[in-house]
Write a protein that binds this ligand. Structure first.
Ligand code: ADP
Ligand code: ASP
Ligand code: MG
Length: 591
């Protein structure tokens, strides 16, 4: 009999009536012939209230006790849900994470699932019960309760669907699907009928709170179709699955993280190892970094800027200030009133001018771009927080995301998937272990750097307009604000376009009083491809550290969920490839 996993989020089980409505959905699925596993979240805002309560007692509560506390929210819901099904005349049994056999590591409040023992669930299903599973929680090998991170019930649901080889995982929530952006922030947002795993993964990490990003890692890794739908209606929803890489639209969605903070370490002695020290110490404290940009400053020193979640700023600053002193940097500054706006799309890799279109739209509204990073399927900009929602709405309009795409797109499974999937699953020690598909080297690119550009709205748009007018294809872009309000920007172009790119920028630099463009006619770009490269936050710091050990300087870096790119000097490409393959040998599939 086919298994169906259904997950109900907090608002979908917020009161008794809603719990009964969810129970009816589970019963209906059982009547349709499925064995049903229902994953539930804590009721309404329970988790928020529990966190508030804890903070009234201790602003920085012990993580183990936090998990003990937070897991109670889901325990209430499973019991009530089982009672509801019982009341409606059907059989149901509730289980906590421990009873479900969800084993995790011991990273309290952000634990990763290692394994799921499905025997007890299967037995209950075979006996005709609807199984009610507590979302968001697990247990360590030493029987300590853990939680998976905010929004983690999605991950419980997809992981259970994977472990039980369920037909589909249905996510019931308070919106009727995945929208082109958060419909609460941008009313023009449009529901998508389908979206690919990679796009959803990037959107989720970029701030689309509708799905927990790690749930999509599971879905992709184990090929679980995920169907996001409304708890309150029978609308068709959104299917998250495989899609062709050549999508006709360049951008499928936009997202924002409104509470980010920028940290800059100023005047870092420009030696391999210094950047690695900063990021590995942050990684060791489990603080994720994003949008990393290095500005080459004068006198053999560099400024390194990156963003963290605002709530992690105090902890990050403690680590960074100490490290800055040790490596002899000049100082640390930060800005906590910033937000990140991103656009995502599989189609952008094949279509030039996407970044320029985004920058131009923001320029037309006078919105200043503080930082830029790009990867193959995502462009992110940092803006002032009070302009962020406007920026999100602006880019949504610029890519006409409110309009239905011209052609319907079908599911397309990669052909080699069957083998790959079994090979991946066969090698995993833990279900959420890092898996890297390949590490590759691109030696065809050059890099152009513009420094001392006045930090004004519209400059990025102008640079890329000049470049686009000469039909130069731009690959990676990084920009950040340097000293005295002057920005620095680097981007890569094909080596054959290097001179043309310099020539395109020269008059513009002269006109705005910036230094003449510089660059390297040949650089090496290394790409690490996999799934969950960002949520496994040590991938970036291991990359930095490995390259530093071999005295290889990282000139540019961009991180996304499915790809981490680093640019080094042209002569170091082969060596960098070798050392990175050694470093990630255990996780690398194509060795
Ligand atoms: P649940 O409690 O069911 O897990 P969440 O609050 O976690 O629900 O997720 C649903 C919310 O996600 C929606 O109410 C919506 O405001 C927000 N959201 C953010 N981005 C998107 C998006 N791209 N599509 C749909 N909803 C989104
Ligand atoms: N209750 C948890 C939270 O609010 C988990 C979830 O709802 O997915 O984050
Ligand atoms: Mg959620």
């Amino acid at each position: 009999m086919a298994i169906l996993v259904q997950k109900f989020g907090g608002t979908s089980v917020a009161d008794a009536e809603k719990i009964l409505a969810a129970a009816r959905k589970a019963i209906r699925a059982q009547k349709q012939g499925y064995q049903v596993v229902t994953v539930v979240s804590a009721m309404g805002h329970t988790t928020d209230h529990l966190i508030e309560l804890a903070k009234q007692i201790d602003p920085d509560p012990p993580a183990r006790e936090m998990d003990m506390l937070l897991s109670t929210g889901e325990q209430v819901s499973v019991a009530l849900m089982a009672m509801a099904i019982h009341r409606l005349g059907h059989r149901a049994i509730s289980f906590t994470g421990a009873q479900l056999g969800i084993r995790t590591d011991s990273t309290h409040t952000k634990a990763r699932i290692r394994s799921i023992q499905t025997d007890r669930i299967r037995q209950a299903l075979d006996e005709g019960y609807i199984v009610i599973a507590a979302g968001f929680q697990g247990v360590t090998d030493t029987a300590d309760i853990t939680t998976l991170g905010r929004g983690g019930s999605d991950t419980t649901a997809v992981a259970l669907a994977a472990a039980l080889r369920a037909e589909t995982c249905e996510i019931y929530t308070d919106v009727d699907g995945v929208y082109t952006t958060d419909p609460r922030l941008v009313p023009e947002a449009r529901r998508m009928s389908r979206i690919s795993y990679d796009e959803m993964l990037e959107l989720a990490t970029a701030g689309a709170g509708v799905m927990h990003n790690r749930s999509i890692e599971f879905a992709k890794r184990f090929s679980v179709p995920v169907h996001v739908r409304s708890s309150f209606s029978d609308m068709p929803g959104t299917l998250i699955s495989w899609m062709p890489e050549s999508r006709s639209v360049p951008v499928c969605g936009a997202a924002a993280i409104l509470k980010e903070a920028r940290i800059t370490v100023r005047g870092v002695p420009d030696q391999p190892g210094n950047a690695a020290a900063i990021f590995s110490r942050l990684g060791a404290r489990n603080i994720a970094t994003d949008m990393i940009v290095q500005n080459v400053a004068e006198g053999g020193r560099a400024d390194i800027s990156f963003t963290v979640f605002q709530e992690e700023l105090p902890a990050a600053l403690r680590v960074v200030e100490e490290t800055a002193r040790e490596i002899g940097a000049e100082g640390v500054n930060y800005d906590e009133n910033v937000a990140k706006v991103s656009v995502v799309g599989l189609g952008m890799a094949k279509q030039p001018g996407v970044a320029q279109r985004m920058f131009q739209a923001l320029a037309d509204k006078g919105i200043n771009i503080l930082m830029i990073t790009t990867s193959e399927i995502k462009i992110s900009v940092l803006v002032e927080r009070d302009r962020a929602v406007e920026a999100l709405r602006t880019v949504h309009a610029a890519f006409e995301l409110d309009k239905e795409p011209p052609q319907a797109e079908e599911e397309a499974r990669p052909e080699e998937l069957g083998n790959d999937r079994d090979r991946i699953i066969g090698r995993l020690h833990g279900m959420e272990d890092l898996v890297i598909e390949s590490i590759c080297l691109d030696e065809t690119q050059a890099c152009v750097t513009l420094s001392n550009i006045p930090d004004r709205p519209g400059l990025a748009a102008r640079v890329f307009r000049q470049v686009a007018e000469r039909e130069i294809v731009v690959d990676m872009i990084v920009q950040s604000v340097g000293r005295d309000g002057k920005a620095m920007m680097s981007f890569t172009v094909p080596q054959s376009s290097y001179e043309a790119a310099l020539a395109a920028c020269r008059p513009f630099c002269q006109e705005i009083g910036a230094a003449p463009p510089t660059g390297r006619p040949k650089v090496a770009k290394l790409s690490i491809l996999g799934t969950g490269l960002k949520s496994h936050i040590d991938v970036a710091s291991r990359t930095f550290k490995t390259l530093a050990h071999s005295q290889i300087n990282v000139e540019m870096i961009s991180t996304s969920e499915v790809r981490l790119n680093v640019v080094t000097t042209g002569d170091k490409g082969r060596q960098a490839l070798t050392v990175l393959r050694q470093e990630f040998a255990e996780e690398l599939l194509d060795l």
